[in-house]
Write a protein that binds this ligand. Sequence first.
Ligand SMILES: O=C(O)CCC(=O)C(=O)O
Length: 303
Amino acid sequence: MQRAQKRLEKILSNHSSIGQNDFKRLQVVKRIKSTKKNSYFWEVVCFFVSATIYVLWMIISTDGKNCLLESSSSFTELFRPVESCDICQDIDEIEKIHNVSADDFEKEYVRTSKPVVVKDATGTWKAMQVFSFEFFKDLYSSMGDDDDPTCQFFPYKTEFKSLTETLSMSPDRASMKVGEKPWYVGWSNCFKRGSDILRNFYDKPYFLSNLSESINLSWIFMGTPGKGAPLHVDNVVYPSWQAQIRGRKEWYLAPPPECVLKCKAHSVLVEPGDIIVLDTNKWYHQTTILPGDISITIGAEFD
Ligand SMILES: O=C(O)CCC(=O)C(=O)O
């Protein structure tokens, strides 16, 4: 088409007697004009498709727990990299260990992405005595912000739209009075003042090496016995640790779908004082709070 256009232009320049209207009536000119219109159309389509892909990419490529828009778990799953089954094929059960050194922990569990529960790992943390529904209610109301002091909030199956709303529930529901609806929520605390206060109540777990940074963003999950988080995989940057402060929680860990023929799924119970360490980007996970006390956990990613 371009060659035809050039040839036509040459002919026209040699035949100046052809008028503008004669020119517009020529078939080839009409075709050239419609091609131009079509190419504008496709440019606009290309622009919108690229913009949509870019926005979707922004949504899914940001850290799933600290993101621009909350990435839906199906997006996270769709764009998850394929895992090597080395992370799960030799695991018969989730180990529970004591007194592990930082070097051994790094070699045995961090480098291999092998989930593990470290027993009695919270030592002298004040959180064990202090964390409760009322503690968080006081903490966040003392901040005096109108805004919700969380970066991200997971309401799970509850009707709550924010942490502030959760902490305003009736004392009967908060204290699990018979007949009250169960509830379970999670949130990330990334406001400096909140983090600084919380850091007075827990330490970086002793088995993480000095080189490993516990990311300053803490995650808190709290709620009554019943369903916890549904089965999902995360899209965060690093593996996570999570300390069970109160209550008992069962974790169901499933290998990535590409490994189901080589690897087993596992359930493991985490009790007060235990810390579970898990690469939540690789292992699908679901939680259930067992009958008894309210469950409260605090955790963070580490590198
Ligand atoms: O602790 C829970 O109940 C859920 C934790 C979780 O889903 C996560 O850390 O990604």
